[in-house]
Design a protein around this ligand. Sequence first.
Ligand SMILES: NC(=O)c1ccc[n+]([C@@H]2O[C@H](COP(=O)([O-])OP(=O)(O)OC[C@H]3O[C@@H](n4cnc5c(N)ncnc54)[C@H](O)[C@@H]3O)[C@@H](O)[C@H]2O)c1
Length: 269
Amino acid sequence: MQEQSAASFRGRTCVVTGGLGFIGSNLALRLARDGASVTVVDALHPRHGGNRVNLEGEAGDAIRVVEADLGAPESLAAMAGAEVVFNLAGQVSHVDSMTRPLFDLDVNTRSHVAMLEGLRNDNPDAVVVFTSTRQLFGKPRYLPVDEEHPVAPVDVNGITKHASEQFHLLYGETYGLRCSVVRLTNVYGPRQRLRDDFQGFLPIFVRRALLGERRGCAGRARATGRGGRPSGHGCCGTTSGRPRPRRCARAPRPPSAGDGSAGRAGRAG
Ligand SMILES: NC(=O)c1ccc[n+]([C@@H]2O[C@H](COP(=O)([O-])OP(=O)(O)OC[C@H]3O[C@@H](n4cnc5c(N)ncnc54)[C@H](O)[C@@H]3O)[C@@H](O)[C@H]2O)c1
């Protein structure tokens, strides 16, 4: 976060959903350190990255924690007074999305619609920042992938995150919520869950490196760089053991910078 933008949160009321998880806890701590009033909403799903330890420490003591689904009444009550909602709650695992698709649909889409409904009714002036994933582009048709690239998810997680993106943008267009969508690529850093293989390939690599193990994922693990040829799983952030669903040949309309779609600043104030 740039110094200037961090300062602009001083004294503001912020909610961070998924704020006990990896990215959310780092954001919540930074906001609290910069003088924002921060509430974290997190359901602490056992296979996700959430952990109360992530908020331990001086800045964390000032953060209020609501342990609940983001669509639950107590979460909506916390959001009713928020100026900014950083909506980071979600299931990251592409593998788990294939083995438990209904759970993924619940936590990555249904809950977000419940949250948006709550904001529409109780806090229509809120600024909402939703973190989506570049996974919804699927296997790259060209590199580097840009905002014009077709959306063609290859797993349930890509579909549910894309649906949630669209709900955020729809509520922005229709009800005036100031929603933006950010598509993240593979993120790594402090407070990331490393102890098991639930969170994708980067934590696996980092853990094995820390333990002095030489091998990464089992099976193919080809990397591609800028301008390199797209390769199987090297591009998609999942281990090579994940199920490989068939993809519909008719991809949805690609997002573009001019249509209020994802990956740009949107209308956040
Ligand atoms: N980590 C990455 O590389 C990456 C890449 C692309 C997108 N993202 C997105 O960024 C966001 C944060 O990812 P992360 O790596 O910090 O994950 P994480 O698993 O560390 O944290 C997510 C947190 O959200 C909570 N959660 C999930 N569904 C919830 C719900 N319905 N209600 C309340 N809490 C819920 C979990 O309990 C967890 O603590 C996610 O939305 C994810 O899709 C992450």
